[in-house]
Design a protein around this ligand. Structure first.
Ligand SMILES: *Cc1c(COP(=O)(O)O)cnc(C)c1O
Length: 367
């Protein structure tokens, strides 16, 4: 059986360093807001090229504390609007709703599955204060035209980097492409912890200070609370684990790219549309996506050949029960992606033989 993603094998490849790190923290007697988190924050901000990194509890909170901090700093207000790609994972949208702001859903392009810069401007109103780009599937959003629009209308640019650790656009890593970036270290992400974890990156000193306080009960000094904060901390154990895994991230992303390159050059089947790649460094292939109107048949066909695939994602956010008030929206590109997307196995531990089997199987699929 070729697994979609063999997480056990991925983490096993980091032994014995992973177990050593866990043991070091266990024995240290210090589990929160300590040297491991400080160290990882420094390493990760260096990696992303940003001035600051603040560890938080998960990727959703990373996005939430950015918005909460902008509210505390008077830059965002309740009911302000944030433009966001309609086909994102629902977490990005929930981050906006749960902090009292309004997500404005924007169509992606079919080619990139990222927000369509040409569709953004007509959605801008007096209430629009930010654009949240999502580097979906591991591909950076088309930042140049987005930055232009953001400058013209004085909008903040918030990046959802949960699927794109290490992706590079015009020489800069994601997390350093906007005003602030939110990362998730959910175990199956390109950089994954052994549980929940997240981080915010930014070059804005004030914002960083505010976020750090908000994530720790709104406190900078013990028992002195200056904001109505939350408890969302990256713990020492996860930080130690991430410090073991970060040095190999570029190498692992390269392995993903190599598989993607093979898929793109060797899969030849008129029934599937393969992802278009602009520059390889812009994509870290968290997910290898293809589009096909025959998704159900292809997925079953591959499963019969012992190849497991996933769908990212089966239901568009505006079609979810949780988002009923958005269900009237006409978003044909978004809906097509949710109807046709199928994700092939890809991971840094996947072998060439496995990739060949996937290629052969997809090529053998017919109606
Ligand atoms: C995983 C993910 C998140 C949320 O991360 P968690 O750590 O699960 O909270 C947010 N946005 C996107 C695009 C994601 O893929």
């Amino acid at each position: 059986m070729i697994k979609y993603f063999d997480l056990q094998k991925v983490n096993h490849s980091f032994e014995p360093q992973l177990s050593e790190a866990v043991q070091r923290v266990t024995r240290s007697g210090w589990y929160l807001l300590g040297p491991e988190v400080k160290n990882f924050e420094k390493e990760f901000s260096n990696y992303c090229g940003t001035k600051h990194c603040i560890g938080v509890g998960n990727g959703l909170d990373a996005l939430r504390v950015i918005i909460m901090a902008y509210r505390e700093l008077g830059i965002l207000q309740e009911d302000d609007e944030i433009i966001i790609p309609a086909n994102t994972y629902i977490a990005s949208i929930l981050a906006i709703i749960s902090t009292g702001l309004k997500p404005i859903l924007c169509e992606p392009t079919l080619k990139s599955c990222n927000i369509d810069p040409e569709q953004i401007e007509r959605l801008i109103t007096k209430k629009t204060k930010a654009i949240m780009v999502v580097h979906l599937y591991g591909r950076t959003a088309d930042m140049q035209p987005i930055d232009k629009i953001a400058k013209r209308y004085s909008l903040k640019v918030i990046e959802d980097c949960a699927q794109a650790h290490g992706a590079i656009y015009n020489g800069k890593r994601c997390g350093n492409l906007g005003d602030a970036g939110g990362f998730s270290f959910y175990p199956a992400k390109n950089l994954g912890a052994l549980g929940d974890g997240g981080a915010v990156t930014t070059n804005d000193d004030k914002l960083a200070d505010c976020i750090r306080a908000i994530a720790n009960y709104g406190s900078q000094e013990k028992y002195i609370n200056i904001y109505k904060g939350i408890n969302s901390r990256l713990d020492e154990l996860q930080a130690a684990v991430l410090s073991v895994k970060l040095p190999r991230l570029d190498n692992e992303n390269e392995k993903r790219r190599r598989i993607a390159q093979r898929y793109i050059s060797e899969i030849k089947n008129p029934l599937v549309t393969l992802p278009y790649v602009n520059k390889w460094e812009e994509h870290v292939f968290h997910v290898f996506t293809l589009l096909t109107p025959h998704r159900k048949e292809l997925q079953e066909y591959l499963l019969k050949q012992e190849i497991t695939t996933l769908i990212h994602y089966p239901i568009a956010p505006h079609k979810q029960k949780a988002m009923e008030e958005y269900s009237h929206l006409q978003l044909p590109i978004t809906e097509q992606i949710h109807r046709e997307e199928l994700s092939l196995p890809i991971s840094p531990v996947m072998t060439d033989v496995e990739a060949s089997k996937v290629i052969e199987a997809v090529n053998g699929f017919c109606k």
